[in-house]
Design a protein around this ligand. Structure first.
Ligand code: ZN
Length: 214
């Protein structure tokens, strides 16, 4: 009699994902893995497998392309995300949105808390919700705590666009999608974004679509 196969461990699941070369498939909204929340990373992957997984997340984020990717977005319910933003944007956009370059970082067991009451509202999108963008008001500045990929403690303040990225990615690890926090009346297709909402701030969109900005 065959022994029933146990639920694969996270390590087995990651090994299986990494068996194919190249970018990993990105799961999209509607997949429960994006809603379940994640296990804290506590050595479920040994250091060699963790390094390979982080590299696969980096390759997948670049290929998409995106400025952040959380493990649940490739179907892995672990509290790990990567971020990187070369910020190839015009000066006026950089100034209005604080979109400064963010070097590659691995966030392990991250958590954030707002610093101060200032909010910033801009259009953002998500690789797991392809084709759409919406305005999200987020804390302008946050304190991020957690670890890096080597287990070293992280305690750092993020502002501008990098603050938005770390909030978006950390939210993924708690089963939250940006749409949960968005002004739904701002929801715009990529086509509408390219045609209409290319200005550095969403003020015109707020007036035309009828939503509030902080
Ligand atoms: Zn996302």
């Amino acid at each position: 009699m065959a022994t029933p196969r146990n639920h694969p461990s996270l390590a087995e699941q990651v090994e299986e994902l990494l068996a194919a070369d190249g970018p990993l498939p990105i799961v999209t909204a509607g997949d429960p893995v994006l809603r379940r929340g994640t296990e804290r990373f506590d050595g479920q992957l040994d250091s060699a497998l963790l390094a390979r997984f982080v590299e696969a997340l980096r390759v997948t984020m670049h290929a998409a392309p995106g400025v952040g990717l959380a493990a649940p977005q490739v179907g892995v319910a672990l509290r790990i995300a990567v971020i990187e933003d070369p910020a190839p944007v015009p000066e006026e956009v950089r100034l209005a949105r604080g979109r400064v370059p963010q070097p590659f970082r691995v966030l392990v067991n991250p958590a954030y808390e707002p610093l101060g009451a200032e909010r910033a509202a801009f259009f953002e999108g998500c690789l797991s919700v392809p084709g759409w963008q919406a305005v999200v008001a987020r804390a302008a500045e946050v304190r991020l705590t957690g670890e890096d990929e080597h287990g070293r403690p992280v305690d750092e303040v993020f502002s501008g666009w990098p603050a938005r990225i770390v909030q978006h990615e950390t939210d993924h690890l708690d089963g939250t999608l940006y749409l949960d926090r968005a002004e739904l009346r701002s929801l715009s297709s990529n086509e509408a974004m390219a045609q209409r909402w290319t200005r550095p701030t969403p003020h015109e969109a707020a007036e035309a679509l009828g939503f509030e900005l902080p």
